[in-house]
Design a protein around this ligand. Structure first.
Ligand code: FAD
Length: 289
């Protein structure tokens, strides 16, 4: 089913997984997805070589498994920097063969030696995909604090409007830890006439080290409330991870109460973390038990 059709009729709840790195078997991702579907997400997204992991080869394979074997909608990510139109055509064929209708069209991060071939920005990929297969439902990324390369939030929102105009059907946000920044961004989107639904991406942090890395790679600001919790958790990895899940659940409850279009959990291949967010959303009435 098209994600935009689901979002048109309800507030959604979804998870993200990433294909295993290195030599790990693909079956590991299938197992993780199998556990996550127990919480009845509206869809599960599968990343494409995120963080330069080079594990893009299995994205469509895992997405097709989710779509066909678990009766859950799959969203396959695709980045375009360094890719040719021929590469994208091959990917679209794989999606079609696997019965996957939803794709998240991304540029991908800049990296040494990764030069633009047929695509420089995500809006070009959105437009190309729309023409290649009009039946695809196309998502795009958005950044409540502005993308790290953007001169300003306003400039980034103009580029976001270009993705909507190119045919994007829905948006998924970058992670953030301060909901007020999202509410401000949502108002700016309304002003910019961005009308497609926005699924809010929330990541339960797992450690002090990890949140510091995220802050640097995606420019997410870390509010004092998070720092205080991490100080209280001390050096114990289990306490740090517990603080991350508790903080994310509080964020999610607040977002649910503020009428978001969808909640997407960056669950980092951890079904127990995904499950904790599910339970928090049942408790506050966003999801039914
Ligand atoms: P774009 O929309 O192209 O924007 C990139 C930058 O260029 C921005 O600063 C924007 O303001 C500017 N810009 C956009 N269009 C134009 C234009 N026409 N002219 C001039 N400037 C422009 N990465 C992965 O490798 N794999 C993944 O699976 C993955 N999944 C992600 C999922 C989500 C929900 C998000 C938010 C990010 C994900 N990323 C992933 C990271 C993403 O690839 C990076 O954030 C990347 O740097 C930007 O991708 P984009 O699609 O937003 O790019």
């Amino acid at each position: 089913m098209r994600i935009s059709d689901i979002m048109a009729r309800k507030q959604t709840f979804s998870f993200e997984i990433f294909p295993p790195r290195g030599e790990l078997p693909v079956s590991q991702a299938m197992d993780i997805a199998g556990q996550m579907v127990q919480d009845s997400p509206d869809w599960i997204s599968v990343t494409f070589s995120a963080g330069g992991s080079g594990n893009s080869g299995n994205t469509t394979h895992i997405a097709a498994h989710i779509q066909n074997e678990t009766d859950t909608n799959a969203l396959a990510h695709l980045t375009c920097l360094g890719s040719s139109k021929k590469d994208v055509d091959a990917y679209v064929s794989q999606l079609r063969e696997g019965g996957v209708q939803n794709v998240l069209a991304l540029r991908g991060d800049r990296a040494p030696g990764r030069v633009a071939r047929d695509f420089s920005y995500a809006n070009e990929l959105v437009s190309y995909l729309k023409n290649a297969d009009p039946s695809l439902c196309i998502g795009a990324a958005c950044y409540p604090e502005g993308h790290v390369e953007a001169a300003s939030l306003a400039a980034d929102i103009e580029c976001l409007k270009a993705k909507q105009d190119a045919g994007a059907d829905f948006l998924v946000t970058q992670l953030f830890f301060d909901n007020e920044l999202f509410y401000r961004f949502r108002e700016e989107c309304v002003r910019a006439r961005i009308k497609i639904p926005i699924a809010v991406g929330i990541m339960p942090f797992t450690s002090t080290k990890q949140i510091q890395r995220m802050a640097f790679t995606c420019g997410a600001s870390i509010p004092a409330a998070v720092i205080k919790r991490l100080i209280a958790a001390g050096d114990d990895p289990a306490d740090q991870a517990k603080a991350g899940v508790e903080y994310a659940c509080e964020q999610l409850r607040d977002l649910a109460a503020n009428g978001v279009d969808g909640l997407h959990i960056y669950s980092m291949n951890k079904p127990q973390v995904a499950h904790a967010t599910h339970d928090a959303l049942v408790e506050c009435g966003y999801l039914s038990a």
